[in-house]
Design a protein around this ligand. Structure first.
Ligand code: 3PG
Length: 326
């Protein structure tokens, strides 16, 4: 419920109430660029609210302490569960500055009358640029000095045609790649309208492409769905690239497949639980040390400022446009 509801003070007292009472916490274990934090501060303080920062925290206890008196929280991949919601007695809204909100317990948030939002599309270009960067790195054999190959003319299969998938398609076309996509929730016409070949199933996508780029969220339906049968159907010399979530991969099955199919490569922006096991496939496996997809000043600014504006819009006017726990 927005702060404005149920507050029976005249307008000038209400404004004073906002000034004193609305406290916004930025809780980011992986911090935003300083320029993005400065922009968030300007919006929050410009609205008459107070900003608190909890960056690079290492213990959940620090988060539990920091949320005790806040009305709103801006997070990235930071976990908001029932324990955090219990500790945040004044909390009205959590905004995940980014796309995926699998790190927030939506049912618990709803039960605590807390609105949850994301900022869709704001960091999509950053993730998409990383996909192409990692792909060049992969086809050039991780820059080991040996002759590699090129992306031009290769078939790229995009699994899920959301904001990131669309940006990957746009950039891949600039490389001269042939781009196909499958999305269970996006009609084929919309994919074709973006100049991308729409295939009928994810099975067809994996079978017909040289490179598969994953952009599915981690849901009950997708968890562990990228399995041996699917990845095993990729063409000889194929590459699987994951800038989505580690949970969508069936890691034991992928490891089994990699022992059999010595032609495949796995490139990921999310360190697998079985990182040490994958690392034995030298020259065929690469993981960024920390999720880097959205880690640019531009993406931090886009997502961070959107989050700050959404909080102000909700608290002051009750705007729920990007609410995900409706
Ligand atoms: C997202 O869901 O927006 C991306 O995975 C980025 O996550 P991050 O903010 O933790 O880098």
């Amino acid at each position: 419920m927005p702060l404005s509801q149920g507050v029976a003070f005249p307008v000038h007292y209400t404004l004073l109430y906002y000034k004193i009472m609305a406290k916004v916490l930025v809780a980011t274990e992986k911090p935003f660029a300083a320029s993005a934090v400065a922009g968030i501060k300007e919006i929050i303080e410009g609205a008459g609210f107070e900003l608190a920062l909890l960056e690079k925290y290492t213990e959940k206890a620090q988060l539990l302490e920091a949320v005790a008196d806040v009305d709103a929280i801006i997070i990235r991949s930071d976990k908001i569960d029932a324990e955090v919601l219990d500790a945040a007695k004044n909390l009205k809204i959590v905004v995940r500055a980014g796309a995926g909100y699998d790190n927030v317990d939506l049912d618990a948030a709803t039960a605590h009358n807390v609105v949850v939002m994301n900022t869709p599309g704001q960091n999509a270009n950053a993730v998409a640029e990383l996909v192409l960067g990692l792909l060049v790195f992969a086809v050039r054999n991780f820059y080991n000095g040996k002759s590699g190959s090129e992306l031009m003319g290769k078939k790229l299969g995009i699994l899920a045609f959301g904001n990131v998938g669309r940006n990957v398609a746009r950039i891949a076309k600039g490389f001269g790649m042939e781009v196909s996509a499958f999305d269970a929730y996006c009609p084929a016409e919309a994919i074709e309208a973006a100049g991308v070949h729409a295939v009928a199933s994810q099975e067809e996508l994996f079978k017909t492409c040289d490179i598969i780029s994953l952009h599915i969220p981690a849901t009950a339906e997708t968890k562990q769905s990228i399995n041996k049968a699917l990845v095993g159907s990729i063409k000889k010399g194929g590459i699987l690239i994951n800038t989505a979530r580690k949970e969508v991969i069936n890691e034991p099955e992928l490891l089994e497949l990699f022992a059999e199919r010595t032609d495949l490569k796995y490139i990921t922006d999310i360190k697998p639980d079985a990182d040490a096991d994958f690392a034995q496939f030298e020259g065929r496996y690469f993981s960024t040390p920390k999720k880097m997809g959205a880690q640019t000043a531009e993406a931090n600014t886009n997502a961070g400022l959107a989050a700050a504006n959404q909080i102000v819009g909700y608290i002051k006017e009750g705007i729920t446009k990007f609410q995900v726990n409706k």
